[in-house]
Design a protein around this ligand. Structure first.
Ligand SMILES: C[S@@+](CC[C@H](N)C(=O)[O-])C[C@H]1O[C@@H](n2cnc3c(N)ncnc32)[C@H](O)[C@@H]1O
Length: 240
């Protein structure tokens, strides 16, 4: 394993990293308010779909302040979980939380998920929470994730998605594009950041298109589960 310093590969990467650096201190509080605490249940559901092997090595991509990492370890303290993220202030917060929240082995590493600093076939499972929309190149991240998983291991990705039902979509869009910037500005401390975050969904593939991207990257059994009328989706795939 090498630990070269992360280099966001273009302007979007730098923009995203700086934005998360600004909101890192209040990210957790804003998340709980913005999702009314429901994100906890979605994360649990994602981990249930991962079904990680007891004692396994799990990689959490774009770990941020560590929510998915801590959930994994609450589910099974025998897991060895590595969180990777390119934003140092988000990782700092994760490391602060670890002594109180990590029931087991959690390691946090600074790195870019577009170029994972791990050897092939290293992990027994991988997770990602609310982040695939933010990366510069989705296909590259999927290929990198596939590379570091051992054959038979699963990748589970939890994120907002495009609700198929028109009425539901309209209600969700009102919340996501109007209320999130307002509330995020107040609780999270940056209206600009919480305007970018919903907009990152606009150009993101819908659930079916994302499943196809999983397949094209080489994942077997690619599929997804819709939550909240499809405004949240959990995509999964297995390395052959
Ligand atoms: C919305 S936060 C999600 C954090 C966490 N997974 C969660 O569920 O709360 C998105 C995270 O993705 C990270 N990120 C975005 N692009 C990245 C990249 N190319 N490499 C590493 N981390 C990245 C950001 O720094 C940020 O911490």
């Amino acid at each position: 394993m090498h630990t070269a310093p992360p280099r966001p590969t273009d302007d979007k990467g730098t923009y995203v990293r700086d934005m998360f650096a600004r909101i890192a201190p209040r990210y957790d509080a804003a998340n709980r308010v913005l999702t009314a605490g429901m994100d906890e249940g979605w994360r649990k559901r994602a981990i249930a779909l991962l079904d990680p092997p007891h004692g396994g090595q799990i990689l959490d991509l774009c770990c941020g302040t560590g929510d998915v990492v801590f959930h994994l370890l609450r589910t099974d303290p025998s897991l060895h979980v590595t969180g990777i993220d390119f934003c140092a202030p988000m990782l700092e917060r994760a490391r602060e939380r670890a002594p109180h929240e990590a029931r087991g082995e959690a390691a946090f590493l600074e790195g870019d998920v577009m170029s994972l600093p791990f050897e092939n076939d290293r992990f027994d499972g991988a997770t990602m929470g609310f982040s695939l929309r933010n990366v510069v190149n989705i296909d590259r991240v999927l290929q990198e994730t596939l590379r570091v998983l051992r054959p038979g291991a699963r990748f589970v990705n939890l994120d907002v998605s495009k609700a198929p039902n028109r009425l539901f979509k309209r209600a969700f869009d009102l919340y996501f594009y109007r209320l999130v910037p307002l509330i995020g500005g107040m609780v999270g401390g940056s209206r600009q950041a919480y305007t970018y975050l919903p907009n990152s969904l606009t150009h993101h593939p819908n659930a079916d298109a994302l499943r196809e991207r999983f397949e094209r990257a080489g994942f077997a059994d690619a599929g997804y589960v819709r939550l909240m009328g499809g405004s949240i989706a959990i995509h999964y795939g297995t390395k052959r």
